[in-house]
Design a protein around this ligand. Structure first.
Ligand SMILES: Cc1cc2nc3c(=O)[nH]c(=O)nc-3n(C[C@H](O)[C@H](O)[C@H](O)COP(=O)(O)OP(=O)(O)OC[C@H]3O[C@@H](n4cnc5c(N)ncnc54)[C@H](O)[C@@H]3O)c2cc1C
Length: 384
């Protein structure tokens, strides 16, 4: 498989870089750093105005019908520049799922406003006792007249405080087998009984606990059939793991090169050796990510390849950011609030981000299990 990009995609890369120079301003970066929210309304709207939200959807669905190469370029450039695209990428994971399994009414209600940058969606899977073992979810949805009554708690509902809906995994049949009694809902964050509280993480990113207390929604909130929740979550999870993690490695390379030039260390063999290892890992991670995104439209949606791409890129980020922090010396620990911090504080930020990147979106241990079982045909490692 040849994943090299043609001239047209490279021209699009230049267009994306121009856009980022114009819209990823110091003010946007400062707002994101201060809030810990990797979503910025102004930046998000600017992306929408270019028609780049849902750019890969067919023209008939309101997209630009862009091909995989363009999308890879778009997300790679935005992630590598450190743009606040968490809200955008999560919204697209859910919107893509709705596009495939939603009712005509849901597509009408959700997809247009998503494309226009007016609607942001967040993921409500994880619970206090159901993280890796998602199918253990206990948040309850009970039939209530024509609609549903929802009660429970979710952990790590990232950017829910900016979102219009939570894509919620709930248990609708406690008597059914674990994976069979689940159903997906789109719960409006404006619904009475919904509340949240912030959680600040090691990387500086803010996420949330979300609470559902006697939340009433109509049946139009249900996504897919009753009991089909596990199937739908599995589809959405496949869209979560692709090439974006490789872009974090590229960010690390750029920050280190910037610092090496500023510090006059471009001929330091110890630094160059470590940098070379990260550059090589970045190339491998980009190829694994490109393969995963390419397979998204095929049977299986590239779920196993996405797991491979995520494990490899995040573990290399963990190793590489530690190595380069070490090679840079104590000053690398300085944050962006300190003038003259190496690479504007980017090195320590990436190091902190690396620590949690092997957890969110599926931990390395769990994803290794997925690869072992589904690709290598090995027996299940631990009863789930
Ligand atoms: C910054 C951040 C943002 C997040 N955003 C969201 C979000 O928006 N929406 C959302 O729903 N969730 C979100 N998550 C949750 C994330 O997906 C979970 O943290 C992750 O799936 C792990 O679940 P857990 O934290 O409950 O850990 P646990 O599942 O309790 O795991 C604890 C440890 O046990 C290991 N382990 C568990 N099961 C197995 C197994 N079968 N085999 C081997 N080892 C195992 C794990 O690898 C881990 O080391 C976010 C998490 C973070 C840190």
């Amino acid at each position: 498989m040849d994943f090299s990009l043609d001239e047209r995609a490279e021209a699009f890369r230049a267009e994306v870089r121009d856009f980022l120079r114009e819209h990823l301003t110091d003010e946007v970066r400062a707002r994101v750093a201060a809030s810990g929210t990797y979503h910025d309304r102004e930046f998000h709207r600017a992306v929408a105005e270019r028609g780049w939200i849902g750019a890969g959807w067919p023209v008939a669905d309101g997209g630009q019908g862009r091909d995989r190469a363009d999308l890879d370029v778009l997300y790679e450039e935005m992630a590598a520049a450190g743009a606040p695209v968490e809200g955008l990428s999560v919204t697209l994971i859910i919107a893509e799922t709705i596009r495939r399994v939603g009712t005509p009414e849901q597509k009408e209600r959700i997809l247009g406003p998503v494309r226009e940058g007016r609607l942001v969606l967040s993921l409500g899977y994880t619970e206090p006792d159901a993280g890796s073992d998602l199918a253990a979810a206990r948040t309850r949805a009970v039939r209530d007249g024509d609609g549903w009554r929802i009660d429970g708690q979710k952990n790590f509902t990232t950017h829910a405080h900016e979102a219009d809906y939570v894509f919620l995994l709930a248990r609708t049949d406690p008597e059914a087998a674990k994976h069979a009694g689940l159903t997906m809902f789109l719960v409006p964050t404006s619904a009475p009984g919904f509340s949240l509280s912030p959680v600040h993480t090691l990387s500086g990113e803010r996420t949330n606990l979300t609470f559902y207390s006697d939340v009433r929604v109509g049946d139009e909130a249900r996504v897919g059939a009753e009991g089909q929740g596990w199937e739908i979550v599995s589809l959405a999870l496949a869209f979560e793991r692709g090439g974006e993690f490789a872009a974090q490695l590229r960010r690390l390379v750029h920050a280190s090169v910037r610092w090496a030039h500023a510090a006059g260390r471009t001929d330091d063999p110890r630094l160059l050796r470590r940098l070379g290892q990260v550059v090589a890992a970045t190339s491998v991670a980009r190829l694994l990510g490109a393969r995963a995104t390419w397979l998204r439209s095929k049977a299986g949606a590239g779920a196993v390849e996405g797991a491979m791409a995520k494990v490899y890129a995040t573990e290399e980020l963990l190793r590489g950011s530690g190595d380069l922090l070490d090679a840079t010396g104590a000053d690398a620990l300085l944050g962006p609030e300190t003038p003259d911090a190496p690479a504007g504080g980017e090195l320590q930020h990436l190091y902190r981000e690396a620590q949690i990147s092997t957890i969110y979106g599926g931990t390395s241990e769990v994803l290794r299990g997925v690869i072992a079982e589904r690709r290598l045909g090995l027996p299940r490692g631990r009863r789930r």
